[in-house]
Each structure stands twice: as C-alpha cells, then as structure tokens.
Unconditional design. Structure first.
Ligand code: UDP
Ligand code: MG
Length: 310
C-alpha cells in the first residue's frame, strides 16, 4: 500500500481535481492507496470538502485537521506520522507534482533497490525571474557552506520506503527544513527530472519575502558558516586595528604627524559599530532558533481527524 501525504492550505478548488487524477493513476497501477490529507488551518471550505470525501471514500481517505496554520513542514511531519503504508509519497494538492510520474517511481523503488525516488524541476518556467535568480543563488550558497547536500530544484514530491519515513520521523526538531532533512538522513535517492508545471487552481502562499526568510531558516538549520563568518570578521578587524596602531604610532613619532580630524574616527566607529551589530544579529538568529527548540513545543496540534466523523 502507498500512503499519499497531501498538505492542504486553502485548497478548496484543487482537492477534488487532485483526487480524481490520483484515482486514474491508481486504477492503472493496481496498488492500494491511503490518502492522508492534512488541513493546515485553512480558512476556506477545505475541511468540509475533506469531510465529505472521507465519508464518500472511507476505505481510502483519511484526513488530519490542525487547530491553526502550522505551515507545510509541520503538515508533512504529521502526514508521515499518521501514514501506515509500506511506501509513502508526499505530494502538493495543486497538481504541480505530476501524478503521472508515480508509476515510474514505484517501478524504480521496487526493482532497483532505491530507498527514495525524488523529483527535480529542471526548468522554472512560469516563475518570476527574480525568484528563479534568488533560488539559484540560494542552492549555490547553501551547498558551499553546508555539509548536507541540497539538490537544486528538488521537490518535496518523492516516494519513500517505510524505513526512510521512520528515519524522518526520528528528527523531531521544531525548525524543520525538509529539503535538508531528506538529504541529511542519507538513504539511496534517485531523482527524476521534469519541467515545471503551473498550479491548476488557487494561488501560491509563498511570497518572495516568505521564500527569502525560508531560505535563511534553511541556512541556519543546516550550516554554522554564518557564525564562523562573524568570528572571522572579528579577527580580521582586530588584526587591522593592530596594524593601524603601528601606522599611527610611527607616523606620530617619526614624522610628527598625528592623524588629524575626527572624520576618520567617526567613519571607523560607525564601521566597527555596524559590523558588531551585524555579527550580533547573526548570533541572535541562532540563539532565537535555539530558544524555540528548547521550548519543545509540539510541531502541530490536531483538532479533528476522520475518526471524529465516523
Ligand atoms: N501548504 C500548507 N501549508 C501552508 C502553505 C502551503 O499545507 O502554510 C500546502 C499547499 O496547500 C500545497 C503545498 O503546501 O499543497 C505547496 O504550496 P504552494 O503550492 O503554495 O507552494 P509552491 O508550489 O508555490 O511552492
Ligand atoms: Mg504549488
């Protein structure tokens, strides 16, 4: 049986379309499906559509409804936790993760001893230019400064074995960055490539700004390089200060020319002050994450599941 984990946030228009597409695939490949929809605190009719669907197809459809919006990462975690299939796949409900790839993914994972068949977008057509540009730079930077490989364009859409899912579930950190977690746990993964597909209905919830913040979170979660950078900046300006000390002393003693004016002083003070605040900001970011982590709050809170309507 394959568990299909589907996070949904304000997706009233997409759910039925998605379900119908998936049913077509199921009939082709003759395997049992277990749908696990996660209603991530939607404000539209998503929940009532899920209720209806679970009543209509109660053999296959299960759902988890959160008490509020916890974000896609939390929804993924909850879905994996509730899944019971020996294979598990994670899919967006907007059909941007093509269901047609599923038969091939299943064949590969069964026949070729992979633990995970992932998918990768090789084009970003239909995406704003600035967004693609930043995305590219993000992958370049994070792969340079982190030991964990983050594959460029890799989607969350993947078919995994139960062993791999269990490994993911053992990572209970609060600041979840799935792209990193999938890679950090290891396991043999093969990526299928496909061209970007635009959303069928509704709109993406990711603004440029939220993606930017998400990428910073990813860097903080999987690299300590910014901290080392702060330390390096400190050492560098200290060395510079020593050199300058000699320069100024020699100039005063030998040439009787103490540096005049406070212009240079002000520039130095402002410069150093700025650098200090910047480095403290970096440390603060990590400290903030540590603070959230030490609270050990649950990753999600369930308000209702399909068992409540039976
Ligand atoms: N999603 C979610 N919680 C959120 C935001 C998004 O569960 O807070 C779901 C959403 O319903 C969709 C998937 O995550 O199934 C991907 O979202 P979206 O299509 O907006 O992202 P994009 O494809 O643009 O990266
Ligand atoms: Mg999408």
């Amino acid at each position: 049986m394959i568990s299909i984990v589907v996070p949904c946030y304000n997706e009233e228009e997409s759910i039925m379309l998605f379900y119908k597409e998936m049913e077509k695939i199921r009939k082709k490949i003759f395997v049992d499906f277990e749908y696990i929809f996660i209603n991530d605190g939607s404000k539209d009719k998503t929940l009532s559509i899920l209720r209806d669907l679970a009543k209509k197809d109660n053999d296959q459809v299960r759902y988890i409804s959160f008490s509020r919006n916890f974000g896609k990462e939390s929804a993924l975690y909850a879905g994996l936790k509730f899944s019971t299939g020996s294979y598990v796949t994670v899919m967006d409900v907007d059909l941007q993760d093509p269901p047609e790839l599923l038969p091939e993914m299943l064949r590969l994972i069964r026949e070729e001893e992979y633990d995970c068949i992932g998918t990768r977008r090789v084009s970003r057509e239909g995406e704003p230019l600035l967004r693609s540009l930043f995305a590219k730079q993000f992958y370049r930077i994070i792969n340079r400064i982190s030991d964990t490989e983050i594959v460029d364009g890799a989607r969350d859409y993947r078919l995994m074995t139960r062993q791999m899912v269990n490994a993911i579930l053992e990572i209970t950190e609060y600041n979840r960055f799935s792209k990193g977690i999938f890679s950090w746990i290891g396991f043999k993964t093969k990526y299928l490539e496909y061209k970007n597909i635009e959303r069928i209905k509704g709109e993406t919830t990711w603004s440029f700004w939220s993606l930017f913040k998400y990428s910073l979170d990813g860097i903080i979660a999987f690299s300590e390089a910014p901290l080392s950078f702060a330390a390096l900046v400190g050492i560098f300006s200290f060395l510079l200060a020593i050199i300058m000390m000699f320069v100024v002393a020699i100039r005063t003693l030998l040439f009787d020319d103490p540096t005049s004016g406070w212009t240079s002083l002000v520039v130095i003070i402002l410069g150093i002050g700025g650098l200090q605040l910047f480095c403290m900001g970096i440390i603060g970011k990590y400290l903030g994450k540590t603070y959230l982590e030490t609270k050990k709050r649950p990753i999600y809170i369930v308000k209702e599941t399909e068992n409540d309507i039976k």
